[in-house]
Design a protein around this ligand. Structure first.
Ligand SMILES: [Zn+2]
Length: 318
């Protein structure tokens, strides 16, 4: 199905605000990226967002634009499409759809950013032609979404398919969400940072102390992986935890949903490609035999997958 009218797709993240203009065939006609400037509060971010949308609309004949799709990093109300809660944006109850719809007079749709990214890969990326996939993006956090039999899983609060805050270690280490033992606490950029921070405070012997200059915020996944490979015992332990817990959680996810394709993406998969092989081994070893035909592939749209997924909402396909 294609449309003769284009659509604006926006990826509103905690640090970057990305926008694209897509043709009805799903071709990216133009792309913009600015800082979100979350510290400016909702009104400042909305002003930045409206500027990006205006510039994209200015680049085409507005009569040929069918609408605006926005992927936002937060919990989206299933009916009003307000942003109920978005810790990275520091937003609480922002009526995003209504704001943008009244500002531009165009039909507007808001979707969670990771669900939009999973849909983008399904429709335009590595998942084209499949019927069911799960997508897991590992970066600052762990985000994921699932498309089953051609439908994006949403759930009662638009939160279905989220793997990052499932518990993988009962009574494990604390997570930013307030729970303990979440996948994200062990296998994400922010998880590594917090574990290195704890080690530095506790005086644990590790080369990461020098590698980071004593500042845990510099403890990237790539740095931890390198220290682990060089034989640092602490780095080895937290890297092994990340591989094991992420691999195990994804294997369970595959067993539960029986997808045709597992899509892996996000900043850490790019920075440490060896993680993909490690996850693949775990999934092959631990997922149910029913999933032996599962294909595993890297996300192919890079940091544009949520733009594609959001724009596709406009055509009513998600
Ligand atoms: Zn959590």
């Amino acid at each position: 199905m294609s449309s003769d009218r284009s659509a604006v797709g926006i990826d509103l993240g905690g640090s970057k605000l990305r926008g694209g203009l897509l043709s009805g065939e799903g071709e990216l006609l133009g792309r913009l990226e600015v800082q979100t400037e979350a510290w400016k509060g909702a009104s400042g971010v909305l002003a930045n967002l409206k500027r990006v949308i205006s510039r994209l609309l200015d680049s085409t004949d507005p009569a040929r634009v069918a609408g605006i799709g926005i992927a936002a990093a937060g919990q989206i109300h299933p009916v009003t499409q307000a942003v109920v809660f978005a810790p990275n944006l520091q937003w609480d109850d922002v009526p995003l759809r209504d704001e943008i719809e009244s500002a531009f007079g165009l039909p507007t749709y808001v979707e969670n950013d990771v669900r939009a990214a999973a849909w983008g890969e399904y429709r335009f990326g590595v998942g084209r032609g499949t019927k069911s996939l799960i997508a897991v993006f590992v970066g600052t956090g762990v985000g994921s979404g699932a498309v089953m039999d051609g439908l994006l899983l949403k759930g009662a609060s638009n939160a279905a398919g989220e793997l990052g805050h499932t518990q993988i270690v009962p009574d494990g280490i604390p997570c930013v969400c307030g729970q303990r033992g979440c996948v994200e606490a062990y296998a994400s950029g922010q998880g590594f940072m917090r574990r290195v921070e704890t080690a530095l405070v506790d005086g644990t012997a590790t080369s990461l102390k020098d590698d980071t200059g004593g500042d845990a915020r510099r403890a990237t996944a790539a740095l931890v992986a390198r220290a682990a490979a060089a034989g640092d015992e602490f780095a080895r332990r937290i890297w092994d935890d990340a591989e094991r817990y992420l691999g195990s959680a994804i294997a369970n996810y595959v067993t539960l949903l029986n997808p045709e394709l597992l899509v892996l993406g996000g900043g850490i998969m790019t920075a440490v490609p060896a993680l993909i092989g490690a996850i693949e081994r775990q999934v092959r070893a631990h997922a149910t035999l029913m999933s032996r035909d599962l294909r595993i592939a890297r996300a192919s749209l890079g940091d544009s997958s949520a733009i594609f997924g959001a724009a596709d909402r406009v055509w009513g396909r998600a």
